[in-house]
Design a protein around this ligand. Structure first.
Ligand SMILES: [Zn+2]
Length: 242
């Protein structure tokens, strides 16, 4: 557990990471006006969360601090209405330090054609254990729905949300952000392969469990570090909406 002193010392970097994570999901097309990334304040049941604006407009100086009961502990403004996604996943998963919720189009398309995510290229290997689907449509605007989503996520990295989007939950916000980008990239490829195969999922050469397991390190710290460097720099150079 991080000490209170080192926790406070690390906060500026963590706040910057949360702001960048929000920028990334907007600049890379996982979200537009909606969606949000958060980070647990290490060693606590509290987390940094952006205010109710597009993730593309998030900034380190305007983050709120919330707890796992959805209470605002500091900061000005209103949190995003789906704060319960974050609050209840942090409550259920002490191992999770970062949560990303976005509405990426390829993932939403997969849920609406009844296709689970399949590992169809190396970088999809991070999800070799499968990505569960939360079937209920609509937003997660209550504690109870947050708990239902957290249960569906279980001990996994990500959950698909039918007709809605995705949520990723990993040890830190950088990893959660990279995982969200990878999942959308993978879903996009799966859709293109399905289209090229005339919609016949049986023609996809999806990786076997063993093959997928052999590339399951695609979300290791080394990979995350390299991917985060790219996404963060590229996001800072892209225009809003771009
Ligand atoms: Zn949403």
């Amino acid at each position: 557990m991080t000490s209170a002193k080192s926790g406070r010392g690390a906060e500026p970097t963590l706040k910057r990471d949360v702001a960048l994570a929000n920028l990334i999901i907007e600049r890379f097309g996982l979200s537009n006006a909606f969606g949000h990334a958060s980070a647990r304040i290490p060693g606590t049941d509290t987390f940094f969360m952006p205010t109710r604006r597009s993730p593309g407009l998030a900034s380190a100086s305007t983050l709120l601090v919330l707890d796992t009961e959805g209470k605002i502990l500091s900061g000005r403004g209103t949190p995003n209405s789906e704060l319960w996604i974050h609050a209840r996943i942090y409550a259920a998963r002490p191992d999770v330090g970062g949560v990303v919720h976005a509405h990426p189009p390829a993932c939403v398309c997969l849920t609406q054609i009844g296709q689970p995510h399949r590992v169809v290229h190396n970088q999809g290997g991070a999800f070799y254990a499968g990505v569960p689907e939360y079937e209920r449509v609509g937003l997660i605007r209550t504690r109870e729905l947050g708990d239902l989503l957290a249960r569906k996520l279980g001990s996994g990295l990500a959950v698909m949300m039918r007709g809605h989007g995705i949520t990723t939950a990993l040890p830190d916000v950088r990893a959660a952000t990279v995982a969200a980008c990878m999942l959308e990239e993978s879903a996009g490829m799966q859709l293109r392969m399905l289209a090229a195969a005339g919609g016949d999922a049986a023609r996809l050469r999806a990786y076997t469990r063993e093959e997928a397991g052999s590339v399951s390190d695609q979300i290791s710290p080394r990979v995350v570090e390299r991917a985060w460097e790219y996404y963060a720099l590229a996001a800072e150079q892209r225009p809003l909406g771009g």
